[in-house]
Design a protein around this ligand. Structure first.
Ligand SMILES: [Zn+2]
Length: 103
């Protein structure tokens, strides 16, 4: 639970629970491993590798390293509904994914 200032100027906070900022994101392989048992105790589900936040104002997605708490990846929508992936620390690398953006 923390607060973060989005690049658009919106203050994001996860101090309230539940909230609409923090997302629980697992790879399919991670989720398959978690759900191998016949019954899954919701309290036994581990936290995801990354702490993922979504800004309700600009729809940016931030991936924070769960251990250090530092943002490691930022995804932002482009005007033509493409997603621009900016790898922090590697500013010259961009990946465009068609049809992934939100309305
Ligand atoms: Zn924002």
């Amino acid at each position: 639970m923390a607060v973060f200032l989005c690049k658009c100027g919106k203050h994001l906070s996860t101090t309230e629970s539940p909230n609409d900022i923090e997302l629980r994101v697992y790879t399919d392989r991670e989720w398959d491993s978690i759900t191998q048992n016949d019954s899954v105790d919701p309290l036994a589900i581990p936290f995801p590798k990354y702490d993922v936040w979504k800004c309700p104002q600009c729809a940016r997605i931030y991936f924070f390293d769960s251990e250090s708490g530092k943002p490691v990846k930022t995804y932002a929508l482009e005007e033509n509904n493409l997603v621009l992936l900016t790898l922090i620390g590697l500013p010259s690398r961009f990946l465009f994914l068609e049809g992934v953006g939100e309305k």
